[in-house]
Write a protein that binds this ligand. Structure first.
Ligand SMILES: *[C@@H]1O[C@H](CO)[C@@H](O)[C@H](O)[C@H]1NC(C)=O
Ligand SMILES: *[C@@H]1O[C@H](CO)[C@@H](O)[C@H](O)[C@H]1NC(C)=O
Length: 336
C-alpha cells in the first residue's frame, strides 16, 4: 500500500472508531469480558452469593404475597392467575412501584453486580435503569412463541447499551431463561443495510425480527441458545444481540425470578435524559431497559383486562430504599 493510501485508511479507521464503534469493549482479559465482545453476551458466575440471590428471590415472593397471601411460588397447586398483580405483555412486573422497592434497589446496588459494569465501562460513575422484575410461575400461562428482538434502533450504530439480568433462580434446560443469538450483535448492522429499507427504520430502541429476518442470521451460521445460569449469576448482553425471554418447558418446576438492570456511564446521558430520569424517579415510575437514553416513563397504572385501572395500584413502594448518595447518583437524581 502506498503511504497515501495508508494515511487514508488510518484516517478512515479513526473515523470508524469514533463514529461507528461508539465504545470499544475491553478485551484480552481471558474472562467474561472477551465473551461479551465476541459473542454479544456473557455470564458473570457468582456475581452475588447464592444466599443473597435466595434472599432477593424471597423478597420478590413476599412482594407477590402482598397481592395473594395464599401463593407459594414453589407449589403449583396454590397458583391463581386472577390474584397475581398485572404483568406486562412481556410477563414482567413494572407497575405498583415495584421497580423502586427496597429489594430491587439493594439488588441493583450489590457490589458484585456493579463491579462488572464498572469494568466494562471503565468508570464507577454509572446510571442504572429503572427496570422490571420477572417472576414467571411455570405452566401457569400458555407459552409465548419466541420473540427475537434487539433493544437498539437500527440507526444507532456501534455499542450503546449493555443490558443485564440478575439471576435469582436456577435456569436449566427446561426452565425459562434468556435466549440469545451469539454473534448477532456483529451482524445486525449489515442486516439492516442489506435487507431493510432505511426509510422504515424507526427511532425506537427496539426492533423485532420475523422468521424471514432470522433466515439471514441462520444463513450466516448463527443459531439461538438458551443461557443457562445459577442463582447469583449476572447475565450481560449487548443491546444489539438478538434475544428474547425463553419460555420454560412443561417439565419446568422453577419459578423463574430475575431482575433486569442495565448500567451506563452518566456522562453519556444528555441533560434532558437526566431531567426525565429524575422526574420518573420522583413518581416511582419505570423506564425501559436503557439507563442513560431513551428515558420514558412507562404507564404508572396497571390496568385490569377490562381496561379499568387496577384498584390495587400503588404509587409508592411498600418498603422504601434508603436514599443514599450512591443510590441517588445511580438514579441520576444527584450529580457525580
Ligand atoms: C420473563 O420470563 C419468562 C420465563 O422465562 C419469559 O417467557 C419472558 O419472556 C420473560 N420476559 C422478558 C421481558 O424477558
Ligand atoms: C440462574 O440461577 C440458577 C440458579 O442458581 C442457575 O442454575 C443458573 O445457571 C443461573 N443462570 C444464569 C444465566 O446466570
Amino acid at each position: 500500500m502506498s503511504s497515501k493510501l495508508v494515511q487514508v485508511s488510518v484516517i478512515l479507521s479513526l473515523i470508524r472508531t469514533s463514529v461507528v464503534d461508539y465504545y470499544r469493549l475491553p478485551t484480552g482479559y481471558g474472562d467474561w469480558r472477551d465473551d461479551l465482545e465476541a459473542q454479544g453476551y456473557a455470564v458473570v458466575k457468582g456475581a452475588i452469593s447464592p444466599e443473597k440471590a435466595q434472599h432477593y428471590q424471597q423478597k420478590a415472593f413476599e412482594w407477590l404475597n402482598t397481592f395473594d397471601p395464599d401463593l407459594d411460588p414453589n407449589n403449583p397447586s396454590t397458583y391463581n392467575a386472577d390474584k397475581l398483580p398485572i404483568q406486562t405483555n412481556r410477563n414482567t412486573y413494572e407497575h405498583y412501584a415495584v421497580v423502586h422497592e427496597r429489594f430491587m434497589w439493594e439488588a441493583r446496588m450489590e457490589p458484585g453486580i456493579l463491579d462488572p459494569f464498572e469494568k466494562v465501562w471503565g468508570t464507577h460513575k454509572l446510571l442504572v435503569s429503572f427496570d422490571s422484575l420477572n417472576v414467571t410461575l411455570p405452566n401457569l400461562k400458555p407459552a409465548r412463541t419466541p420473540w427475537p428482538h434487539i433493544d437498539q434502533a437500527p440507526r444507532k450504530r456501534g455499542l450503546h447499551c449493555i443490558q443485564g439480568i440478575i439471576n435469582l433462580s436456577h435456569a436449566g434446560p427446561e426452565d425459562g431463561s434468556l435466549v440469545v443469538v451469539p454473534g448477532s450483535h456483529k451482524l445486525v448492522e449489515r442486516f439492516f443495510d442489506e435487507k431493510t429499507d432505511p426509510s422504515e427504520w424507526e427511532w425506537r430502541d427496539n426492533r423485532y425480527f420475523d422468521d424471514k429476518d432470522m433466515e439471514f442470521f441462520e444463513g450466516q451460521g448463527l443459531s439461538p441458545m438458551k443461557v443457562l445460569a445459577e442463582p447469583g449469576d449476572l447475565i450481560l448482553w449487548d443491546s444489539r444481540t438478538i434475544h428474547w425471554g425463553g419460555e420454560p418447558t412443561k417439565k419446568s418446576t422453577v419459578p423463574r425470578t430475575v431482575i433486569y438492570a442495565a448500567y451506563a456511564p452518566a456522562k453519556l446521558a444528555s441533560k434532558d435524559a437526566i431531567e426525565e430520569k429524575a422526574r420518573v424517579f420522583k413518581v416511582n415510575g419505570a423506564t425501559t431497559h436503557w439507563p442513560h437514553d431513551n428515558i420514558k416513563l412507562r404507564d404508572l397504572h396497571a390496568y385490569l383486562p377490562d381496561g379499568t385501572i387496577d384498584p390495587r395500584n400503588r404509587d409508592k413502594p411498600l418498603e422504601k430504599a434508603e436514599h443514599s448518595d450512591r443510590l441517588l447518583k445511580l438514579a441520576g437524581v444527584m450529580a457525580y
